[in-house]
Design a protein around this ligand. Sequence first.
Ligand code: 8DG
Ligand code: MN
Ligand code: MN
Length: 376
Amino acid sequence: HSATRDIGGIRISPYACQRRTTLKNYNQKLTDAFEILVENYEFNENKEFCLAFGRAASMLKCLPFTVVQVNDTEGLPWMGEQVKEITEDILEEGESSKVKAVLNDENYRSIKLFTSVFGVGLKTSDKWYKMGLRTLEEVKCNKNLTLTRMQKAGFLYYDDLISSVSKAEADAATQIVQDTVWKILPDAVVTLTGGFRRGKQAGHDVDFLITVPGSRQEEELLHTVIDIWKTQELLLYYDLIESTFENTKLPSRKVDALDHFQKCFAILKVHKERVNEGSAVQSKVFAEEETKDWKAIRVDLVVTPFQHYAFALLGWTGSRQFERDLRRYATHEKKMMLDNHALYDKTKKIFLSAANEEEIFSHLGLDYLEPWERNA
Ligand code: 8DG
Ligand code: MN
Ligand code: MN
């Protein structure tokens, strides 16, 4: 199952953290199909199948060639029977009946639609589906529902939030975050993380990591940032979560565990004049649409103490599949525990510190992967 194979001298490891996966995907037709299945199994809470198709998709993303026949995948890790069957259908018939069935499935379509609203997760979607609701209009008109503050914002800014964030918009958001943070603490380090750090040209949000080298001045920072944005009327929504981090805690065993840093999930008002798309299209849109000269953009801000910065950066850069495999690798191949805060060596019973990502890879005995090689 977890065999390794050589392709043109390139060793294909079952761990995504031992594969260089850039955004150049030669097998997008297959990986798109698998990711639809992953999503559907996620909705149905089938963890095993979720993992199986997720790993297969991630593996195909690193191949330096297009798979044209099932034989091309011979000996690759994670190519189980089910995966092979679907691969065969797509290669031979151009599509998979199983994937088509999912795309036409009423439950899948409803959950997909409902979870596209910021603040709506699986539980809420499931509830709405079981109430017989099928469209967002039906949800909005239903008088019996009480929406959370987050969901209200999700509906209010729905159109802006479902249209993906461009790199230019991410840069505009970065300017706003840096301007504000540096006004308060000029020494603070503000780093763009998430998909944009991996080189993606579009994303569903913009992720930032903030730290202050030296003293523990970071604790009040986020509160002050929020106050400033409020007076500037740039904050459409925010949820500030205080840190629950303790230095002595061992790294979490769970692969998908959330971290304990102070963070803020926000919707920022980004004025279109701040967005430099590098074309004349923008001003045209601008002229036709007189009423709204801004776009609502989802922003995640995470604040970390300086000594945990490298771990947080590695954790928040993603991709999710890369992170999962990195932790799995640490646990099973190194008897170490890794999470967004720290790395613990269970054999030596010590925490291994790191000033940058390179040092974490080195502690784990891994070749360093640049952020743009982590698109597993
Ligand atoms: P996208 O926004 O372009 O869709 O992709 P992304 O940037 O890769 O995904 P993301 O959902 O914004 O998450 C970025 C990384 O942050 C991802 O590898 C998972 C990681 N992450 C944490 N903690 C949390 C958390 O509490 N919420 C979310 N959404 N992501 C988290 O380490
Ligand atoms: Mn993101
Ligand atoms: Mn995010």
